[in-house]
Ligand binder design. Structure first.
Ligand code: URP
Ligand code: ZN
Ligand code: ZN
Length: 471
C-alpha cells in the first residue's frame, strides 16, 4: 500500500514549505499540496517538520583497536543512528591481507547481513605497493569512490607524503575523493615517548602529546599535496580553529578542498580529559580549546566546513561490566584497557545517534542556524560529496523515502537510555534537548516511531556510490 505523509512542513537545504509526500514502495512518488489519500496509509505530520534522513559519512563499526573492537556493529550502530534520525552511514574498509577487492568482500560479508540502515564504505589506504597502485582505479567499480590516508600512526596506518601524493594522483584521475587524517605522526611519537618516560600517564596527556599545530601544518600539507596531484581533498575530523583557516585558504585559492567536523569538538574541550572519567573523551585527534569550538562553529555557519559527521567509534567505559542490550547482557572490553596508561585507552567515542539531536538543539533551537543549513550540513552535503545524491540527502520525487519526522518543540532529557548505542555511557548524559525525531522512515518503511524500534538486521543495503561533487 502507498503511504501519504500529510500536513507536514518539508525542510530541504534550499527551502521550507508545507506539502504532502506520497511514497510508493521505497521511493518518493509525488510531493504536492492536499494530495488525495484514497488507497493510502496516512501518516499525520501536523506540527512536524519532514527532513531528509541524516547522512553520516564517518563512522567506525566493529573496528578492531588495540585488543578490542568498537562496540557498535552495523546492526546496533544503524539502529542507534535511526533513533537519532540518521538513515545512511559510511564506514571504512580496513586494509589487511590481500587485494583491495578481497578486503571489500570481507568487509561486506561482515556488514551486509547486519546493517539496519543503508551504508557504504570508504577504503583505507594504509600501505602503498605495486598491487595497491594498480588496484586503486578499480575502486569505483565496487561502488567505493573515496579513500582515507593518514599522516600519523607511524608504522601502522601512516603513508609518507610521496605515497599520499601517488594515491591522490591516481585517485584524482579515477574519480576518487581522498580523505586525510592530518596530524604530525613524528612529533606525536616523540612526545608520547617523552611523556611515558616522565610517568605522565593520565588521559590529558593524550591531548598534550598531539599538538594542535601538528594538525594545522598537516592539513595545509594535505591541501598542497592535493593541488600538486590534481586531486580533491576532504579533511576529516577537523578540531582546530587554525585548520579552518587552512581550509578557507585552500578554498580561496580555488582548490577542491572540503572538510568536516564532529559534535564532540563543538561541545567538549580538553578539560574534559582531566575529569576522573576522562577516558570517555579520548579520541584522535583530541578535544581542543574553547576558541577552537568557536572557530569550528564559525566554519560551519559560514560554509567553510561542509559537513557535520561523527567519527563514531564507541567503546565501553567499563567493559568488565555487562549492559543489557535488547534484553541480553553484553560486555566488550573498552576504555578500562588503558587504566593508568593513556596510550592503551582505545581511541574513539560514541556519537552516531547523538549527532542530529545535539546539533539541532544547539544550532537551530539555539537560533544560530536555519533548519535548512542544518539539513545541508548533516544530510545534503555529505550525500553530494560522497556520491549518493539525489538518491539520499534530499526530499525529491524519485529519491529514496528516507525521512525524519521532526518535532521542533519536543523536549527530551537525553542520555544513554535514549541514545541506543551499544555502550555504557553517553557524552551528553542529562542534557536537555529541544527538537527530536518522532518517526523515521528508511526507504518508505517506518523503522522508529515514538521511541519504538521496527527495524531488523540486514534490512539496510550497501550503497554503490558514484563520484561525488566538489562543494
Ligand atoms: O579516535 C578515533 N577517532 N578513532 C577512529 C580512528 C580515526 O582516525 O578516525
Ligand atoms: Zn582519522
Ligand atoms: Zn574516524
Amino acid at each position: 500500500m502507498k503511504r501519504l505523509i500529510k500536513n507536514g512542513t518539508i525542510v530541504t537545504a534550499q527551502k521550507t514549505y508545507k506539502a504532502d509526500i506520497l511514497i510508493d514502495g521505497e521511493k518518493i512518488a509525488w510531493i504536492g499540496v492536499d494530495l488525495p489519500s484514497e488507497d493510502c496509509e496516512v501518516i499525520d505530520a501536523t506540527n512536524l517538520l519532514v527532513l531528509p534522513g541524516g547522512v553520516d559519512p564517518h563512522v567506525h563499526l566493529e573496528l578492531p583497536m588495540f585488543s578490542t573492537v568498537s562496540s557498535d556493529d552495523h546492526y546496533t550502530g544503524g539502529k542507534a543512528a535511526a533513533f537519532g534520525g540518521t538513515t545512511t552511514m559510511i564506514d571504512f574498509v580496513s586494509l589487511e591481507k590481500g587485494s583491495l577487492e578481497d578486503n571489500i568482500v570481507r568487509h561486506r560479508a561482515m556488514a551486509d547481513p547486519k546493517t539496519s540502515i543503508d551504508y557504504s564504505a570508504h577504503m583505507n589506504i594504509t600501505r602503498f605497493d605495486d598491487a595497491v597502485e594498480s588496484q586503486l582505479k578499480d575502486l569505483p567499480g565496487f561502488g567505493i569512490t573515496s579513500v582515507k590516508v593518514f599522516t600519523a600512526y607511524n608504522g601502522r596506518l601512516r603513508l609518507d607524503d610521496g605515497n599520499i601524493f601517488k594515491v591522490m594522483r591516481i585517485g584524482g584521475k579515477a574519480g576518487l575523493l581522498t580523505m586525510v587524517h592530518a596530524e604530525n605522526g613524528d612529533i606525536i611519537d616523540l612526545l608520547v615517548s617523552e611523556a611515558l618516560s616522565a610517568e605522565h600517564k593520565e588521559p590529558i596527556w593524550h591531548a598534550r602529546t598531539r599538538p594542535a599545530w601538528g594538525e594545522v601544518e598537516a592539513s595545509l600539507r594535505a591541501f598542497a599535496i592535493g593541488a600538486q596531484a590534481d586531486s580533491p581533498v576532504y579533511l576529516v575530523h577537523m578540531n582546530v580553529a587554525e585548520e579552518v583557516d587552512q581550509l578557507a585558504y585552500a578554498r580561496s585559492k580555488g582548490l577542491p578542498a572540503m572538510g568536516e567536523t564532529c559534535p564532540q569538538y563543538l561541545f567538549f574541550t580538553e578539560d574534559d580529559l582531566k575529569r576522573p572519567d576522562g577516558a570517555k573523551w579520548i579520541c584522535s585527534p583530541p578535544l581542543r580549546k574553547a576558541q577552537d569550538q568557536q572557530g569550528l562553529l564559525n566554519g560551519l555557519e559560514n560554509g567553510t566546513i561542509q559537513v557535520l559527521s561523527t567519527d563514531h567509534c564507541p567503546f565501553f567505559y567499563d567493559g568488565t561490566k555487562s549492559i543489557l542490550y535488547e534484553g541480553e547482557p553484553v560486555r566488550i572490553p573498552g576504555k578500562e584497557l588503558g587504566m593508568g596508561d593513556f596510550t592503551k585507552i582505545p581511541n574513539g567515542l560514541p556519537g552516531l545517534g547523538d549527532r542530529l539531536v545535539v546539533f539541532w538543539n544547539h544550532a537551530v533551537s539555539g537560533g544560530m542556524m536555519t533548519p535548512n543549513q542544518f539539513v545541508e550540513l548533516t544530510s545534503t552535503n555529505p550525500a553530494k560529496i560522497f556520491g549518493l545524491y539525489p538518491q539520499k540527502g534530499c526530499v525529491e520525487v524519485g529519491s529514496d523515502a528516507d525521512l525524519a519526522l521532526w518535532d521542533p518543540k519536543r523536549e527530551v532529557t537525553y542520555g544513554v537510555a535514549q541514545a541506543q548505542h551499544r555502550t555504557d555511557y553517553n557524552l551528553y548524559e542529562g542534557w536537555k534537548l529541544r527538537g527530536y525525531p518522532v518517526q523515521v522512515l528508511l526507504r518508505g518503511k517506518t523503522i522508529v516511531r515514538n521511541g519504538e524500534w521496527f527495524g531488523s538486521a540486514g534490512q539496510g543495503r550497501f550503497l554503490y556510490r558514484k563520484t561525488g561533487e566538489i562543494l
